[in-house]
Each structure stands twice: as structure tokens, then as C-alpha cells.
Design a protein around this ligand. Sequence first.
Ligand SMILES: [Fe+2]
Length: 241
Amino acid sequence: MTPTPEPAVPASGSDYGELEAQLKVFASEIGGLYRAQKERAEQLETALAALKVTYLETIRSLAFVVEAKDAYTGQHLERCRAYGVALMAELGVADDHPDAEYGFLLHDAGKIGVPERILSKPGPLTAAEWRIMRTHPVIGYQMLQNIPHMTTAAEIVRCHHEMFDGSGYPERLRGEEIPLPARAFSIVDAFDAMTTDRPYRAALGTDHAATELARMAGTQFDPEVVKVFLPLIDRLPALST
Ligand SMILES: [Fe+2]
């Protein structure tokens, strides 16, 4: 035989009052904990943002050390970074590669291992000098490969002279064998090189540069990424040259 459940005893008025008081204490404790946690999260967020700025500035300094050694023009690295970040966002992959901007800044860091006489030689390089010059992507990659959270940056550095048709270096990678951020970088790097003054020629207009990129889509550059970059040109952040 199933025992009949005991009827619930209705709580008296004083029981309700006590329960209510306990709930109020509980709610106020929870509220206090929530506010403390929120404050802690905000402090952490501020510290993280400061750390990120420090990290970027450190990398920028390192990149500028190399740029000072090379005879390349002033703001090239900064424009490569800004244009590269804009293109990664337009491709919808910026969040997948938060360290890409470090790679854009450091792409030529391996030139630190190339003798000055080759870097700043006024005339054309000999075959032997080219062989040395072409080691800079691998030297740069070796500098970065063991740094945590720099995987994409290291890949950009290693692959920034690869070409879509497989005619680049150091590994003659082709098509999608070249990591997407490196394919994006080679477009913004070439665009910036074309649209700034060089000792041997004046800057090309952006329309002319766009035509050149379109012409080299499929050989030097990934045609799909060029297609995304061309309409972005008018919206690139304005930086001094
Ligand atoms: Fe390079």
C-alpha cells in the first residue's frame, strides 16, 4: 500500500518574514560578488589592452630597426600593417589571425641577417648576392617560429615572397599552399610599393596600381584576394607617405 503523502504545513507569517530576510541578505551578497567580479574583469581588460599596445609597439620598434638598415622608405611598414589589417577584415578572417599585423610589420625582419653591402648595393645584385638576399624570409621565420601566439606572423614572414603561380621563393609554394595572410600581404606590399615615390620613379596613381594588380592576378597574386582588395582601395586608411 502506497503511504499517503503528508499534507504540506502552511508556513506561518513569521516564517515568511524570516525567509524574506534571508533572501534579501543572499541577494545583496550575490550583488556584491557580481560587482566585484565585474570590476575585476574590467581591470583585466584594461591591463590586456595596455599589454597589447606594448606588444605592438615593441614589434614596431623591432621592425623599424630592420627598416633603418634597409634603404626602404619611411612609413612603408606602417602602411603595410594598416592596409593588411583592412584587407584581412574585408576577407572576414581578421579574428582568425590576430597576430597577422605583427607579420605585416616584421615581414623583412630576416634582413638583419643579410650583409649591409648587399642590402644597400646601388647596382644590380650578382647571382651569389641574390642567393644570400633570398635567405631573409627563412631567417625571419626562424626568429619568430618559437614565439607563442606568433604562428601566423611567422608564416607571413616565411611566405611573403612566394607567388601564386609557384614562381616565388623560398619554397616555390603555389596557390592555396601559400597561407592566406601571406597572399593578402603580397598584394598590399606591392600596392604600397607602386603608390609611393621611389628613387628611380615617381609614385603611380591608385588607378594605375589597381590595373597592375589586376594584370598580375593569377600569376603573382591570388585572383580572389585581388578581387576583394580592389574595391577596398578607396577605403584604405590614409597614412602619410
Ligand atoms: Fe622581403
